[in-house]
Write a new protein. Structure first.
Length: 209
């Protein structure tokens, strides 16, 4: 199943905010969301028991797969400065959570009609035995994960990383020198010959027999 949550703390001052957020989440999910209300009063936040604090909707079956397809194929590519989803957001039991900062990445939302930008949390509850198994499933669906922090992949040893970097730099220098010699060979064969070390060491003029 996939659960979408949207905070509506501002609705305690303006009920129209709740209606707008509810309509937008319903448009995104294709299903009417439920209102989450405060279970207790908190004076510091001017919150009274029963006040609306969020919206939630749970998708299953065909509607869940349809949403997942829209999320991967259309919405995520519209995220500004997108560099891949974090692979560290699994909970250790195979469930994955991600945050969306702007609901306007979903094309169903009319940008000109939006009263304010809202974020939402998306939680994917997966029947998997491990994070690695859940990761493999989501990646097969096309989830664009970043390369860092993938489940089951050990963190690189800093010393090994430095050694590999030095090897790469040495290979790059050797390749550059070889390319320079090849160019010299084509442009000035005589100079190329002079640059090569002699294969046979000549006898010293002071040597006697």
């Amino acid at each position: 199943k996939i659960t979408l949550n949207m905070g509506v703390g501002e609705a305690k001052q303006d009920s129209k905010m709740l209606d707008a957020a509810q309509e937008q989440l319903a448009t995104i999910a294709g299903q009417h969301p439920n209102v989450r209300r405060a279970r207790q009063s908190i004076a510091a936040f001017k919150l009274r028991e029963g006040m609306p604090v969020g919206l939630a909707v749970t998708l299953r079956g065909a509607r869940m797969y349809e949403f997942l397809d829209r999320l991967i194929s259309i919405a995520i590519p519209r995220i500004r400065d997108f560099r891949g989803l974090s692979a560290r957001s699994f909970d250790g039991r195979g469930n994955y959570s991600m945050g969306v900062r702007e609901q306007i990445i979903f094309p169903e939302i009319d940008y000109d009609a939006v009263d304010q930008v809202r974020g939402l949390d998306i939680t994917m509850t997966i029947k998997a035995r491990s994070d690695e198994e859940a990761f493999a499933l989501l990646e097969a669906f096309g989830m664009p994960f970043s390369q860092e922090g993938r489940p089951g992949r050990a963190a690189p040893d800093p010393d090994e990383a430095d050694e590999e970097r030095r090897r790469e730099e040495a290979r790059a220098r050797a390749e550059a020198e070889r390319a320079a010699l090849e160019q010299l060979k084509e442009e000035d064969p005589d100079a190329y010959e002079r640059s090569q070390p002699s294969a046979v060491e000549e006898d010293s003029p002071d040597a006697t027999t």
